[in-house]
Design a protein around this ligand. Structure first.
Ligand SMILES: *[C@@H]1O[C@H](CO)[C@@H](O)[C@H](O)[C@H]1NC(C)=O
Ligand SMILES: *[C@@H]1O[C@H](CO)[C@@H](O)[C@H](O)[C@H]1NC(C)=O
Ligand SMILES: *[C@@H]1O[C@H](CO)[C@@H](O)[C@H](O)[C@H]1NC(C)=O
Ligand SMILES: [Zn+2]
Length: 403
């Protein structure tokens, strides 16, 4: 929300400036009580299984935890038993939104904490309950300074297409039409992410006609059609758009299925493919894929078979993210997030404890010290991002005065 009327603008800037003036001890140290609470909160979140579509229990628990901290908490249902959580102080419309997701990938791995090594593991310990816990503790420490201007949003469904964030973004539950600053939590090794690759998912579906393998000319092999199509894509993927910032576009043949037995001509075959875009747009890459497959499709149809492409719900181009904050290391990543799904004209940041390399694995874990550092970093990020925003507003205001 960029105020367009000058008096309102200078008011907003003044109040933010006052609240940020004195550096606070909360920004540089974590006392023992806070550290213990962080560990407790993280443990509870990880202990409650919340594989996508089963987020209800962790959502209920977290809602009551936040209520006990005197937040207004809204359970924003997207289906009967699935809901996002929106928590805020006195004001429902805030300029800062701090968000992460409470669902995890399968399977569930139990929580453990090794005090000797300081390592905490279990499903979700990194992706993204580490972020969730650190964000809550971080915002707690800022309550007396910025509390009334920060909301917390914890969404469901991030690991499977982002239906939680899509629903929040789409309107009905959303308090303000626009935030000034949105901070997202995902495992980023404690660095600020300058952007991530785009995404285009699709399935190839080949159809043929079954026959005895002794008389293949009586059938049409869907497997043959699919193999030919995949061959064309192998060639194509060496020539997809690339960029200096994100490197090469990659294309993963994640799952291939076809036919029923060695002695039967395959009637159907399919492949599920994920493309991570380093440049260009989904439409551009769709065009390249369609073009690469058109000969195979024409040949299949001539024989009486077919080759279809089912595009996944929504692709997106590479996502650039704000990362110029003094004192943070930066990186780019290859995984998708909810960042592009929150519509609006806000500055957006992506930061979280733990590494993506262990995130979806059976050895998902992070160090207690990373979790603690994340609390301090989130606080610093929130304060610095507010200052950057304030500076931009002032510059803009000066520009307007000169006009
Ligand atoms: C969000 O969820 C609500 C409640 O189920 C539903 O009415 C609405 O259509 C959803 N909106 C989107 C865009 O999914
Ligand atoms: C805990 O960590 C220490 C130090 O890395 C290691 O020696 C020990 O085996 C670990 N304990 C368990 C139960 O894994
Ligand atoms: C991108 O692809 C080219 C050609 O296949 C290869 O030589 C290069 O090493 C790749 N770059 C990266 C960053 O992977
Ligand atoms: Zn995640």
């Amino acid at each position: 929300m960029i105020p367009r009327i000058l008096p309102a603008l200078s008011l907003a800037v003044t109040s933010l400036a006052v609240s940020l003036q004195s550096p606070t001890p909360e920004l540089t140290t974590l006392d023992a009580t806070t550290s213990k609470e962080l560990l407790h909160l993280h443990r509870k979140l990880v202990e409650i299984e919340s594989i996508t579509h089963n987020e209800e229990h962790v959502g209920d628990w977290l809602a009551s935890y936040l209520k006990d901290l005197d937040y207004n908490v809204e359970k924003q249902h997207i289906t009967k038993d699935r809901f996002n959580l929106l928590a805020y102080g006195k004001k429902r419309e805030t300029s800062i939104l701090v968000s992460s997701h409470i669902d995890t990938v399968p399977p569930f791995w139990p929580y453990y904490y090794n005090e000797t090594s300081g390592i905490i593991g279990g499903r979700g310990s990194v992706d993204a309950k580490g972020s969730v816990a650190a964000q809550i503790i971080a915002v707690q420490g800022l309550r007396k300074h910025l509390f009334d201007d920060i909301s917390l949003l914890f969404v469901v469904g991030e690991e499977q297409g982002g239906d939680g964030m899509r629903n929040f973004s789409s309107g009905k539950h959303r308090p303000s039409p626009n935030y000034d600053i949105a901070i997202f939590g995902e495992p980023t090794e404690g660095k600020l992410v300058c952007g991530h690759k785009g995404m285009l998912g699709f399935a190839l579906k080949a159809t043929g006609k079954a026959a005895h393998s002794g008389y293949p000319w009586l059938g049409i092999s869907a497997n043959d059609i699919l193999v030919e199509a995949l061959g064309s894509l192998l060639e194509l993927r060496e020539h997809l758009p690339w960029s200096k910032k994100y490197g090469n576009t990659t294309m993963n043949f994640g799952r291939i299925q076809g036919g029923v037995a060695a002695n039967v001509v395959a009637e159907t075959a399919s492949a599920n493919i994920a493309t991570r875009l380093a440049a260009g747009t989904p439409d551009v890459v769709k065009g390249l894929i369609i073009n690469a497959l058109k000969d195979t499709k024409a040949r299949a149809q001539q024989q009486g078979g077919d080759l279809d492409i089912d595009w996944a719900r929504e692709g997106y181009a590479p996502v650039d993210i704000d990362c110029k904050i003094e004192g943070f290391e930066t990186l780019t990543v290859n995984y998708g997030t909810d960042v592009p799904l929150l519509s609006g004209d806000h500055r957006r940041y992506l930061y979280g404890p733990g590494s993506i390399f262990v995130a979806h694995s059976d050895h998902e874990a992070l160090k207690r010290s990373e979790l603690e550092q994340a609390v301090l970093d989130y606080r610093r990020l929130i304060v610095k991002a507010s200052e950057v925003k304030q500076k931009k507003d002032e510059e803009r205001a000066r520009g307007q005065v000169e006009l």
